[in-house]
Design a protein around this ligand. Structure first.
Ligand code: 4NP
Length: 160
C-alpha cells in the first residue's frame, strides 16, 4: 500500500448504511493496528444517507463488544467526494458499494477503490456478509470477514 506519511495509511471502509459492516470493519482495523503498534488513519462511511448521524446497529455494537472492541461512539456518515483525496484506500464491503463508489470518484482521485475481501487470500471478489436483514448470528460472520481484512491490512502495512 502507498504509505509515505508518518501517520500511516489512510483507509476508509465503505458499506451501504455505515451502521453494520463498515463500522465493524473500522473497529476490527482499529484493534488490529493498535495491537501491532502501527499508526493508521481509519474511518468508515456509507454510500446511502438513511442512517447519517446514527450510532452503529446495536447488534453490530454488541458483536464488537463481545470481541473486545467498542464501536458505540461511531456515527454514520455518507461517502463524500473529498474522501477520494483524503484516503489512500477506500475498501467497499460488496460489489454494489464498489460500483457506487467508483461512480462518485472524481477523475483525479488519489484513493484506490477496492473490495475489502480482495485483500484476503482466497477471498478475492467476495462480498462481506451483510447481516442487516438476517439473524443475529450473521454479525459473527461479518466480524470474521472484517477481522481477516484487518489482519491483511496490518500485514501489508508492516511490509512497508
Ligand atoms: P450496512 O447494513 O450497509 O452494513 O450498514 C445496512 C444498513 C442499513 C440498510 C441496509 C444495510 N438499510 O437498508 O437501511
Amino acid at each position: 500500500m502507498s504509505n509515505n506519511s508518518d501517520n500511516g495509511p489512510a483507509i476508509l471502509f465503505l458499506c451501504l448504511g455505515n451502521i453494520c459492516r463498515s463500522p465493524l470493519a473500522e473497529g476490527a482495523a482499529r484493534a488490529a493496528f493498535a495491537a501491532a503498534g502501527i499508526a493508521a488513519t481509519l474511518d468508515s462511511a456509507g454510500t446511502g444517507d438513511w442512517h447519517v448521524g446514527h450510532p452503529p446497529d446495536r447488534r453490530a455494537a454488541a458483536e464488537a463488544r463481545r470481541r473486545g472492541t467498542d464501536i458505540s461512539d461511531l456515527r454514520a456518515r455518507q461517502l463524500a467526494v473529498e474522501d477520494f483525496y483524503r484516503f489512500d484506500l477506500i475498501l467497499a464491503a460488496d460489489a454494489t458499494n464498489l460500483r457506487d463508489a467508483r461512480a462518485l470518484a472524481p477523475a483525479d482521485a488519489t484513493a484506490r477503490v477496492r473490495l475489502m475481501l480482495d485483500l484476503v487470500p482466497g477471498r478475492q471478489g467476495e462480498s462481506v456478509t451483510d447481516p442487516y436483514y438476517g439473524a443475529d448470528d450473521g454479525f459473527a460472520a461479518t466480524w470474521a470477514d472484517v477481522s481477516a481484512v484487518a489482519a491483511a491490512l496490518v500485514a501489508e502495512t508492516s511490509k512497508g
